[in-house]
Design a protein around this ligand. Structure first.
Ligand SMILES: C[S@@+](CC[C@H](N)C(=O)[O-])C[C@H]1O[C@@H](n2cnc3c(N)ncnc32)[C@H](O)[C@@H]1O
Length: 626
């Protein structure tokens, strides 16, 4: 699988060069042969000759279309989409182990622009040296490269020469390369990033009508790539000495790291890698270590960094090492990860001091507002802030948790969480899974190319299975039936094997669920999840802290659920315990515990919910059946 993806990128790159050369007007034979030579040198993967024509016409058409785009920004976005699709097609387990999600273009632009603006307030201007951490296909660093080049070219605007003299000078290109760096642990990402940067650069050169010399081609792309673990204390990145670090670090909870890697981090110099942590915390700490005083860090990061008690270590590091912290709520959401994000910017301080803190939010009308700005905060002001923004408290570590500490201490003393149970009883694990992957209304469509089915959404333009375009005129089908007419024996789908009881939603007050909805089972491509899981002893959870309660219920055996519902599967030792476990989950005590330790009154989103659910203590420690 991975090899095929290497090959797909390489094939695109080779085809790009062919089209580029064949459609160029003024390209010297020297440049042509340099490009061809580069092509052959870059064949880091040996082609399977059977695959040489794979997707050829589609790729060629895509490249022509790309070249024909009117602005570099449009070209960038199109090429990004192509590369992001390759990343998406990797197995989910691989993506999860790397924390791999691609960042939307508007966020990349915003982060880069903000970092520049923070740097520009400095009294003594300095040459910027950028590092993209966890670069993936290099979407951050390539946009920085484009911006640097455009900025260089317009230095001469108004003069007769179209471009800055520097762009003719190979020394400029070498100095650019010395100032741009990117690191990723994943070799496919680095392979992709090199090709992405080269293609977009060649497009820019053509778009701007700049002179392309064979010397430029020889250093292509003008970025230093490091295929290495960023957190390795002996990584070559130490010698790079960046002044601005940007990126979207991987987001992996410590428990989901391999035990060996988790142990290595715990034994390292990083103080953020203690207790429960997230790998993104360690990325932040490592970045701060690398930056010089007044160096700037700009990252996109899940918002829970500001509130989870387990992330206190990294908040402390941020406050102690910065003279400026800027937090901006992100409006654009990721397609693949349901998580609220913030853009986090800091400027590193020379010594420990009270950082200037700025928090920006977007109100219901979509207007951006600075909701807090200052460094000397008086206790009364903080009290007022609590009403609006509880997280601020924790950020400045002035939180008074005493009145809740008893609840926390009691619940943790009396009950196990799922995670704790599983560590103690690996032979009788409890596991959590989400139900059938369906959109809200349960409507599906069939791809006319591969014949597989998928949830219908007006936003989906490509088949999620074969990635070919989906015609918007396909008529959607209903997969869920409110009241199924079992008397109609002629309909195949009414036979007992092809339908199953189904719960899509349930009211908050329901403790025991019965259903009269049914789901058809016959649609290939729909992720029903293995049917045997639904035979198991289960509790379902729809929401945490809705109306200050956990919305949990018992469910009839064999009833399937939609993906918005979490299914907690218990081993058979819990046979008689389900009603009391539901009661525990729905209790005020558990809700208070959850409120204090995790949510602090904010909405919780599914990706976070799964981790949180596994951390809630609700299984009595005095349970005797083992
Ligand atoms: C959230 S993705 C971001 C990708 C890309 N920067 C973007 O914004 O589209 C995180 C990236 O971090 C990389 N990564 C994970 N662990 C790493 C480590 N220890 N050192 C360096 N890179 C790592 C993954 O391979 C992945 O490409």
């Amino acid at each position: 699988m991975e090899e095929r993806l290497f090959e797909r990128v390489q094939l695109l790159w080779c085809r790009f060069q062919e089209v580029y050369i064949s459609t160029a007007e003024n390209i010297s034979s020297e440049v042509k042969s340099a490009l061809m030579l580069l092509n052959s040198l870059n064949k880091s993967t040996s082609f399977n000759s059977n695959n040489c024509n794979l997707n050829k016409s589609r790729d060629i058409e895509f490249i022509h279309q790309l070249i024909a785009q009117t602005t570099i920004e449009k070209q960038y976005k199109e090429l990004m989409d192509y590369f992001a699709d390759i990343i998406k097609s990797r197995p989910s387990s691989k993506k999860a182990s790397l924390g791999q999600v691609t960042t939307p273009f508007p966020i990349i632009k915003e982060i880069i622009a903000e970092c520049k603006s923070i740097k520009s307030t400095q009294k003594i201007p300095e040459t910027l040296k950028w590092l993209d951490v966890g670069c993936g296909p290099g979407f951050f660093i390539s946009w920085i490269m484009i911006q640097e080049l455009i900025q260089e070219s317009i230095k001469n605007s108004g003069k007769t020469e179209k471009i800055s003299a520097n762009l003719h000078d190979i020394e400029y290109w070498h100095s650019l390369k010395a100032r741009l760096g990117a690191i990723d642990i994943d070799s496919l990402s680095i392979h992709m990033a090199k090709r992405f940067a080269s293609m977009i650069l060649l497009l820019l050169i053509r778009h701007e009508g700049w002179h392309l010399s064979h010397e430029i081609i020889e250093i292509l792309p003008p970025i230093q790539f490091f295929a290495h673990d960023f957190l390795d204390e002996k990584s070559p990145i130490d010698g790079f000495k960046p002044t601005i670090i940007v990126g979207n670090p991987p987001y992996i909870f410590s428990r989901n790291l391999t035990p060996k890697y988790r142990m290595e981090l715990k034994n390292s110099c990083y103080s953020s890698a203690q207790g429960q942590f997230d790998i993104s915390d360690v990325f932040i700490e490592r970045s701060i270590q690398l930056l010089p005083p007044n160096g700037v860090l700009g990252l996109i990061i899940p918002e829970i960094l500001l509130s989870l008690s387990s992330r206190r270590n990294i908040r402390r590091i941020l406050i102690n090492s910065s003279n400026y912290i800027f937090i901006r709520e992100v409006q654009e959401t990721f397609q693949t990860a349901n998580v609220e994000n913030i853009e986090l910017f800091i400027r590193k301080s020379h010594q420990q001091s009270d950082p200037m803190l700025k928090i920006e939010k977007t109100n219901i009308q979509g207007e951006t507002q600075v909701i807090f700005e200052g460094n000397k905060i008086k206790p009364q002001e903080i009290e007022q802030e609590i009403e609006h923004n509880d997280r601020l408290l924790d950020l400045l570590h002035i939180k008074n948790e005493s009145k809740y500490s008893e609840i926390v201490e009691f619940v943790e003393r009396k009950f196990y969480s799922i995670n704790e149970w599983n560590e103690l009883h690996p032979q009788q694990p409890i596991f959590v899974f989400r139900g059938v992957e369906l959109s809200k209304k349960g409507v599906i469509i069939q791809c006319t190319n591969c014949g597989l089915w998928m949830p219908f959404s007006r936003k989906i333009l490509k088949c999620k299975h074969c990635h070919r375009p989906i015609s918007q005129s396909i008529i959607p089908t209903k997969i869920i039936h409110e009241r199924l007419d079992f008397t109609n024996q002629n309909r195949k789908k009414n036979s007992a094997n092809s339908v199953q009881k189904f719960v899509q939603n349930f009211p908050h007050e329901k403790k025991k669920l019965q259903t009269d909805s049914y789901i058809d089972l016959e649609y290939k491509g729909i992720q029903y999840k293995p049917l045997e899981r639904y035979h198991q002893l289960r509790i379902v959870v729809r929401q945490l802290l809705h109306e200050k309660k956990i919305c949990a219920a018992e469910i009839e055996p064999d009833t399937m659920t939609s993906q918005s519902i979490y299914n907690i599967c218990f081993p058979s030792v819990f046979k008689d315990e389900v009603p009391s476990l539901v009661k525990n989950l729905r209790s005020d005590l558990t809700a208070d515990y959850l409120f204090v330790t995790f949510s602090k009154g904010k909405r919780l989103f599914p990706r976070i919910l799964l981790n949180i659910l596994k951390e809630i203590p609700f299984i009595p420690k005095n349970f005797k059946h083992i």
